[in-house]
Design a binder for this molecule. Structure first.
Ligand code: DGY
Length: 323
């Protein structure tokens, strides 16, 4: 039987690419250049499986093709709001993702951002590299204590819970949760966390607010100017979820006018474009979408795609089917 044909849309860790090639007829993107909608349309007519990732915009203009050959979109990454699920479904394509394997590393990065912004690590680094450090003094780059403070977690899935674990057990933080559906009492009890029914209740209570909800239209601009106004004037917002969850214009205003203490972002509304007003804010720490960027997580994500693909072509339901 012919080997299924598979398109990998970006470069992946070598070990995973090699293993994919053992079972499939694989087309790799050696130049690592993002594909455009037309290239996707051609791919959907040609390959049995397409393995996209977060940088691939798979709206109807890319997926809605006559005589689609693709039977599965096996996404490399946990978030899949870049895929138009309705169109995929209407063409009978299965969609899978890669949960679990990046939760710890993403929570580690959210902690990194929280500590960086609270302790003014970005300011300090910039000062040193510019050769401007004049030495220790009691009033120099004084930040905010993290230990013992209240952390609001928006979205209490796997990554949100990993964040709670680090913050509660590592830093003695009090955890307040907002989540679309009720979180099981035994899960909240693990972190001595309380769930509140609305964002309006959570935001005024917290010293730090960390976003761990999905992106997509349903959560677009969830953190808008009205909600930023509800945050304490010295509170910090952390986003490792999706850029569209935060209204960047409203956030830039809040940072400029210092109506909140600061923010730390790993994700942006129009990646890789950075809102120029945001880039001027010194009370903001920014990283280029590094949540899952460890050797361990990136390999595990690739092998998880491979598992999903193998299940699919073995005629089984892939474990991470989201369609
Ligand atoms: C994901 O998995 O959705 C991330 O954003 C990429 O690590």
């Amino acid at each position: 039987m012919a080997r299924p044909s598979v398109l990998v849309t970006r470069r992946w860790p070598e070990a995973v690419e090699a293993q994919l090639a053992e079972r499939y007829d694989v087309e790799l993107n050696r130049a690592d250049r993002p594909l455009n909608a037309q290239e996707f349309r051609e791919a959907i007519q040609r390959y049995d499986a397409v393995l996209p990732t977060v940088t691939d915009k798979l709206g109807s203009e890319a997926l809605d093709v006559p005589q689609a050959q693709t039977k599965i979109l096996a996404n490399y990454g946990v978030g899949y709001t870049h895929i138009d699920m309705e169109t995929a479904k209407s063409h009978g394509m299965a969609v899978t993702n890669t949960p679990d394997v990046l939760s710890e590393c993403t929570a580690d990065l959210a902690m990194t951002l929280m500590l960086m912004v609270a302790r003014r690590a970005g300011d300090g680094e910039r000062e040193l590299r510019a050769g401007d450090w004049s030495g220790w003094r009691p009033t120099h780059l004084v930040g905010t204590k993290v230990s013992g403070k209240t952390l609001g977690i928006i979205g209490f899935g796997r990554i949100g819970q990993e964040m709670a674990k680090r913050a509660h057990f590592g830093f003695g933080m009090r955890i307040v949760v907002f989540n679309r559906s009720p979180v099981k009492p035994e899960v909240l009890a693990k972190f001595n966390a309380v769930q509140v029914p609305t964002l309006e209740e959570l935001l005024p209570e917290c010293d730090f607010v960390s976003l761990h909800c999905p992106g997509g239209a349903g959560n677009a601009k969830m953190i808008n100017s009205a909600r930023l106004d509800l945050m304490k004037p010295d509170a910090y917002l952390i986003n490792t979820a999706r850029g569209e969850v935060v209204d960047e214009h409203a956030l830039a205003q809040a940072l400029m006018f210092e109506t909140i203490g600061g923010a730390a972002l790993d994700v942006f509304e129009r990646e890789p474009h950075i809102n120029p007003t945001l880039a001027q804010c010194d009370n903001l720490v920014m990283l280029p979408h590094l949540g899952s960027a460890t050797t361990e997580a990136r390999q595990a994500m690739g092998f998880r795609v491979l598992d999903n693909l193998n299940d699919f072509f073995d005629g089984k339901e892939p474990r991470d089917c989201v369609s």
